[in-house]
Design a protein around this ligand. Structure first.
Ligand code: SF4
Length: 250
């Protein structure tokens, strides 16, 4: 839920979601439309569909539990290197490195070289202190977010400046050329993503004809663009069309 989404918007949705679906079993048994109704407002609804499909796989293959194994987690829909390791480190205290954009930036600067995704992951996995996985990963992410920041790193007060090769050698910042470091987000206002969100929100209340859907999106004069957005939601299996009426997927 918190991927690309501010945490203060996530908290009430997370709490409502967990109340409604306290375990993978309840989540898997509910129709997708029930999940999407709670998800409404968080954006990126494919995450919601992936979560639903992951819950179904947990019920089918993992005795309705979240697996505590890296490969099994990675095989679930919507789970990548970051989420799998975050689950392992924070729920299971497994010694793996959780690599987000902040962590990649810190590692690249300390090593003074741009890091590819695989290399950053390998380094992160190998430097977790024994028995301190939860704490270490929290510290790494917070350190990148508050001290070794993207634009104005606080090198003077940095507690690890003595070990930082970028600080010692100078030169170009190796972080921007590293994999997975933040790129500016595309403008939301007027975007297709905004139009998709408007339509998904309206469909929580009732089904809509295509004509009404286009009006909801504010695209009644842009039929081609509106149809493409509707098609993208159909392809993503977030909505269905029954007898000319669009509705949330079940
Ligand atoms: S010395 Fe500066 S660049 Fe190096 S880790 Fe500390 S804050 Fe980041």
């Amino acid at each position: 839920m918190s991927q690309q989404t501010q945490i203060d918007r996530v908290v009430p949705k997370f709490e409502a979601f967990i109340r409604a679906f306290p375990s993978p079993k309840e989540c898997a048994q509910a129709p997708l439309s029930d999940l999407l109704t709670i998800w409404q407002g968080l954006g990126y609804p494919r995450r919601c569909r992936n979560l639903h499909e992951a819950a179904k796989e947990m019920v089918q293959h993992h005795d309705a539990h979240v697996p505590a194994d890296l490969d099994q987690l990675l095989a679930l829909p919507g789970i990548g290197d970051y989420t799998a390791r975050a689950v392992l480190a924070f729920a299971e205290h497994t010694e793996v490195g959780v690599v987000d954009t902040n962590v990649t930036r810190v590692l690249a600067r300390v090593m003074n070289k741009p890091l590819g995704k695989r290399e950053a992951q390998n380094v992160a996995d190998h430097i977790v202190p024994s028995g301190l996985s939860w704490e270490w990963n929290q510290v790494m992410m917070d350190f990148g977010a508050t001290c070794c920041t993207a634009r104005t790193p606080k090198c003077v007060e940095c507690p690890i400046s003595q070990s930082c090769m970028w600080r010692e050698k100078g030169g170009d910042d190796p972080a921007p050329a590293s994999a997975g470091t933040s790129k500016p987000q595309a403008r939301f206002e007027g975007s297709n993503r905004q139009a998709r969100g408007k339509l998904m929100k309206a469909l929580v209340t009732s089904g809509l004809s295509r004509e009404k859907a286009k009006r909801v999106m504010g695209l009644e004069d842009q039929h081609e663009r509106a149809d493409l957005i509707i098609e993208s939601l159909l392809v993503d299996r977030l909505i269905i069309e029954v007898d000319g009426v669009l509705q949330l997927a079940l």
